[in-house]
Write a protein that binds this ligand. Structure first.
Ligand SMILES: Cc1ncc(COP(=O)(O)OP(=O)(O)O)c(N)n1
Ligand SMILES: Cc1ncsc1CCOP(=O)(O)O
Ligand SMILES: [Mg+2]
Length: 359
């Protein structure tokens, strides 16, 4: 190889390292800002900062010197998706991916420059993978904590319209429940609902089916007492995704918590045609959950705008509904009404006697 050739390939390697050190640090900075201001988590914020500082230490003067921005043919190229991030998850995912890619490039090209740097970048890449799984788990749990109203869907000609109307009313947690459809239909509907929910920044859970939850990249699965064990679902879903469990009494509640459920359904509070033949667990069980449950729990079963305040009065702070929204004439308004009652309760200023005639 001539001198000129070897100089130009060395220079190209320097430019690749320079560009990817910047790229990895930028990606980390974007993630760090969310950890700091969006999630208020000092541990993950610090982890991002330390990784940025380690990268900065490898960014030597000779690498910076090789930079040639006007001669870089890649500065104008951007993917259309970069212009249209619609939610925080996709923004985080894109920047985690960008950081991991940049670190992989650094790992490979550093072998031609400084093998120690290659090893360091490999370690950093694994740290980013760990950060990714912690971040997604944290993000989902935080969203779950904030969710007061849970829509469990029923088959409907207007499934997507109703769910979207509820999301527009401020709903932040949706479960796709469809006992009768074939797998292809369920997959198709779950995939569309998942996209819709994420577009509105809401969590999306699949009822009964762990495989379907994974297939559509849902935020989690809801399991009843007759569904697969929580341990099986946890193995398949990992710690990042949420697992909900139905409970009808205190024993089931305690077992679900011990087995690692992220939230529980508490009910049926009232008998309901949506689960015909299932006896009501009643308001007494809601009272017990209010004093005993150490994880988020949703009162469910027969809850509507007329009786929601009775359920809140015995200690519920979160509710799940099917017909209350799916069969409402104005799903956005009903959602807003439920949410207003729930947030009043949260603020401790729940007052009896307000009219519900408008829904
Ligand atoms: C939030 C919530 N709570 C309870 C249930 C009921 O689950 P399960 O007992 O498995 O009954 P099906 O919904 O599968 O008929 C739920 N889906 N969601
Ligand atoms: C799925 C489920 N699990 C316990 S009650 C219930 C159905 C609740 O439906 P609705 O809100 O229409 O009474
Ligand atoms: Mg079930």
């Amino acid at each position: 190889m001539s001198d000129t050739n070897s100089w130009s390939s060395k220079n190209a390697v320097y430019r690749i390292l320079d560009a990817n050190l910047d790229r990895a640090r930028e990606g980390l900075r974007i993630i760090e800002e969310w950890c700091r201001f969006g999630l208020n988590t000092s541990q993950m914020t610090l982890e991002c900062k330390q990784m940025r500082q380690e990268l900065a230490a490898w960014h030597s003067w000779e690498l910076r010197q090789a930079r040639d921005t006007p001669g870089d043919t890649g500065t104008e190229l951007s993917h259309p998706q970069e212009e249209e991030r619609t939610d925080i998850e996709s923004l985080l995912q894109a920047n985690l991916c960008r950081t991991e890619e940049a670190l992989r490039v650094l790992e490979e090209y550093s072998k031609l420059y400084n093998p120690k740097m290659g090893m360091a970048c490999k370690q950093l890449r694994y740290r980013v993978y760990t950060l990714e799984s912690h971040l997604l788990a944290y993000q989902r749990h935080k969203q779950l904590q904030g969710a007061l109203l849970y829509l469990v869907t029923s088959p409907s000609e207007h499934l997507f319209e109703v769910v979207e109307a509820a999301l527009q009313g401020g709903l932040s947690l949706v479960q796709y429940r469809d006992k009768g459809a074939d797998d292809a239909t369920r997959f198709d509907r779950a995939q569309k609902l998942c996209q819709l929910c994420h577009h509105y920044g809401a969590l999306f859970i699949v009822n009964d089916r762990v495989d379907l939850a994974i297939a559509v990249d849902a935020d989690g699965v809801h399991l009843g007492q007759q569904d697969v064990p929580i341990a099986f679902a946890r193995d398949a879903l990992g710690s990042q995704r949420l697992i909900g469990r139905s409970t009808t009494n205190r024993d089931e509640m305690e077992r679900a918590i011990a087995e690692g459920a992220d939230y529980i359904g508490v009910g049926p509070v009232y008998e309901t045609p949506t689960k015909a033949g299932k006896p009501a667990a009643g308001l007494d069980y809601v009272r017990q959950a209010a004093t005993r449950a150490s994880i988020p729990w949703f009162a469910i079963g027969g809850i509507d705008p007329q009786n929601v305040r009775d359920v809140l009065a015995v200690g519920a702070e979160r509710i799940a509904v099917v017909r209350g929204i799916m069969e409402a004439e104005q799903p956005t308004l009903v959602t807003q009404y439920f949410l207003s009652q729930l947030s009043k309760k949260q603020q401790g200023s729940h007052l009896p006697g307000s009219s519900v005639s408008h829904v």
